[in-house]
Write a protein that binds this ligand. Structure first.
Ligand code: SF4
Ligand code: SF4
Length: 363
């Protein structure tokens, strides 16, 4: 849908909500609507990322389709949310990447990344693929090459995310007044626990008469798994850089235990989320975002599965191939982070911070 049409439709929905106010107890979105009399693009981007797409307000709404007002807040805000990712991303020329993602794009990108990692490795080390049973990862791809490859991509990803978030924050907040450490902590806690995903009960809505806790549980498994895998990689990097302890690490070591538990979470969480998304009422979501969600979940799942396989088979002859496949998938995941579903958690955190600041100011 053209941006102007979406903006007009979102303004219309917010204006009706502002008059109606029936849902004001549901979530922070409605009190935030009430603090405004008009809704420009930045206001809508703020409200859209504050919404957790719980879906309750659609089924409560007397003005929802087929009513002529056609108010569908969850879907409208989901569409604005996707548009906000494009609007503030850096470099802007890659904004369309949000729309072009899908499962096949993810598979293609992962294939290209894997091929690139294989080509670089073979060039640096012609005997890299020789069968070996010593789990010596750096004998396949030297540590310096691994750090150079992932460090440069990682720096670009951090820069792209930082610029995008700065642009978004500047648009919705104008300055940092009121954003204290306490506010950041409260927003982080609400974001991580998905507090506003359950506005009417502890269950998540999948259809008008269907509520289960599974959407939240799968999300927690995915987020927790991602966090543990990140912690595992960080500790391994500290081991190597500060103590000179090289991989592979024992099965009882912190990097392996954290990576294994995180990998299991990252394996079951994305499958569960994908399943919940399939069975959810289509009226609650933006159909244009299905590919974005699917691509991100697939890359997370491939990262965890290849990582767990590498862990289990690290002393087998297949180790070198598994290592390079895993690194290729991780590289593809890294490259899509600033232009994929990953950004939703960061934008939501900033929207929660802004909401806390506004609430404090209006007391
Ligand atoms: S979603 Fe519907 S019922 Fe809820 S405040 Fe908006 S117009 Fe009113
Ligand atoms: S979908 Fe849920 S979180 Fe979003 S505006 Fe409606 S009630 Fe609030």
């Amino acid at each position: 849908m053209p941006a102007v049409d979406l903006q007009r439709r979102a303004e219309h929905a917010m204006t009706v909500c502002n008059s109606c106010r029936y849902c004001e107890q549901y979530c922070p979105v409605f009190p935030a609507i009430e603090r405004r009399q008009a809704f420009d693009a930045a206001d809508l981007a703020f409200l859209a990322n504050l919404c957790h797409n719980c879906g309750e307000c659609l089924y409560a709404c007397q003005y929802a389709p087929p009513h002529p007002f056609g108010v569908d807040v969850p879907r409208t805000l989901a569409e604005v949310r996707l548009q906000s990712y494009e609007e503030y991303c850096w470099p802007r020329v890659l904004a369309r990447a949000f729309h072009r993602q899908g499962v096949w794009t993810a598979i293609g990108l992962a294939s290209v990344s894997i091929a690139t990692v294989f080509a670089v490795t073979r060039r640096l080390n012609p005997s890299a693929l020789d069968a070996r049973t010593d789990a010596a990862f750096y004998a396949v791809l030297p540590h310096a090459a691994m750090v150079t490859l992932f460090g440069s991509v990682g720096l670009f990803v951090v820069l792209a995310l930082a610029i995008a978030l700065r642009r978004y924050w500047r648009a919705i907040a104008h300055d940092d007044t009121g954003a204290t450490w306490r506010v950041w902590w409260c927003a982080l806690r609400e974001g991580v626990t998905l507090r506003h995903l359950h506005v009417a009960s502890h269950e998540c809505v999948s259809a008008e008469e269907s509520r289960t806790p599974w959407r939240r549980r799968w999300h927690h498994a995915t987020l927790g798994g991602f966090g543990l895998c990140f912690a595992s990689t960080s500790i391994a990097a500290i081991y190597h850089a500060m103590f000179g302890w090289e991989a592979p690490y024992a099965y009882s070591s912190a990097p392996v235990v954290l990576g294994t538990v995180g990998g299991v979470g990252l394996t079951v969480g994305p499958i569960g989320q994908w399943w919940e998304r399939r069975r959810r009422d289509a009226a609650l979501s933006d159909p244009g975002q299905g590919g974005l969600d699917g691509a991100f979940l697939l890359l997370l799942w491939l990262t965890s599965v290849t990582g767990l396989l590498l862990l289990v088979l690290r002393t087998q002859a297949l180790m070198a191939i598994l290592l390079l496949v895993h690194l290729g998938v991780v590289l593809a995941l890294f490259l899509t982070l600033p232009y994929g579903k990953f950004v939703h958690g960061l934008y939501r955190l900033l929207a929660l911070v802004r909401d806390h600041v506004e609430r404090q100011a209006s007391r």
